[in-house]
Design a protein around this ligand. Structure first.
Ligand code: DAH
Length: 348
């Protein structure tokens, strides 16, 4: 039995040495099976105890148990250390560095012209107007003829209007030069009363400069009912100027000419920047030209099948980009059409 015990002590020493270097839980488990399992030298020695006489058996049994207990203790200790080290390195690997700047999502924003377009539309929607739409590629009939514009009118020239098909009038096809054709299209389809606004893109054969671009935006308005007067036009458009520029705005109407309205006027509003004193915004006059307007010409009513004896109405057309330029002090119209975010982002 002494030989056996000596052998077990050697197994213990060897196991202790191997445990020192063990860094993986699996290796420790394998070692445990090897030295304490059923097939181990220890188990074998225990089985051999039965053959010993009583006194020697007890002594040898105690010695075997002591070896087994020391081994079990060291195995448990090592297992704990390795598990702690494994957890520490896993935590390290999974660490989230919250001091790194995030990859932010940059929210987009509506273009300033679209913001203004919606705001202007809202002023009229609040008055009970509805929004009507029309095509950007339009016929000469709706862009000009239905709007009482004679074949000789200079706006119809190729030097002013971008034609898709410069066919014989009124069949020519063009990029609409104004939102006014929506008036005619809408009235053809709907009986009076009519209260509509129609914002959208328009096109002209203009060379780009500070106040001209070949594409820009307008909003058309049309009110047709029994007994609509110029007083309604003035009240409605003055309300619009005050909603958009501020409650103190004064407005002024000066005679003008548009083929589709009679009488026609241009509406000016007091300069919100200098309040009449004269400044860069208004060019020194104290007044800003805002829009064209007038009472719908009876010829327009006839062209769409309305009876000019039983209805009357007013119409107006306002440049949306121009409104944005005036209110936000944008010096160049072309800024709105340049895809330069450094410029556009200033007007988010
Ligand atoms: N269509 C005109 C333009 O582009 C603006 C305009 C003036 C529209 C008078 C109207 C109006 O409806 O009555 O210059």
């Amino acid at each position: 039995m002494d030989d056996t015990l000596a052998g077990l002590l050697a197994v213990e020493a060897e196991a202790m040495r191997r445990l020192e270097g063990a860094t993986a839980a699996a290796a420790i488990e394998a070692l445990e099976r090897e030295v304490l399992g059923n097939a181990s030298a220890l188990a074998e020695a225990r089985r051999g105890l039965r053959a010993l006489p009583e006194g020697a058996r007890r002594e040898a049994g105690r010695a075997i148990n002591e070896i087994a207990a020391r081994l079990a203790e060291r195995l448990a200790e090592r297992r704990f250390l390795v598990a702690a080290a494994e957890e520490a390195s896993r935590l390290d690997a999974e660490r989230l560095d919250i001091t790194l700047p995030g990859r932010g999502v940059r929210p987009g924003a509506a273009h300033l012209v679209m913001q203004v377009l919606e705001e202007v539309t809202d002023v009229f929607v609040a008055l009970g107007y509805t929004v009507a739409d029309g095509p950007e590629v339009e016929t000469a009939f709706y862009n000009f003829d239905a709007l009482n514009t004679p074949p000789t009118h200079p706006a119809r020239l190729e030097s002013d209007t971008l034609y898709v098909v410069h066919g014989p009038d009124p069949e020519g096809v063009l990029l609409r030069t104004q939102t006014s054709p929506v008036q005619a299209r809408y009235m053809e389809q709907h009986p009076p009363p009519v209260y509509i606004v129609s914002p959208g893109r328009v096109f002209r054969r203009d060379t780009t400069d500070a106040t001209h671009t070949p594409v820009f935006h307008q909003m058309e308005g049309l009110a047709v009912d029994a007994g609509v007067t110029f007083a309604d036009l003035k009240g409605t458009l003055a309300h619009f100027a005050r909603e958009f520029f501020g409650p103190g705005q004064r407005v002024r109407f000066v005679p003008h000419f548009f083929p589709f309205t009679e009488p026609s006027a241009e509406m000016l509003t007091s300069c919100f920047s200098c309040e009449g004193g004269g400044c860069r915004v208004c060019g020194g006059s104290g007044w800003i030209e805002l829009l064209g307007c007038g009472m719908v010409d009876p010829n327009v009513f006839e062209a769409v099948g309305y009876d000019p004896a039983s209805v009357s109405g007013f119409a107006f057309g306002v440049g949306v980009d121009r409104l944005a330029m005036i209110r936000y002090g944008v010096p160049e119209l072309r800024f709105f059409f340049d895809p330069d975010l450094r410029v556009l982002e200033q007007y988010r």
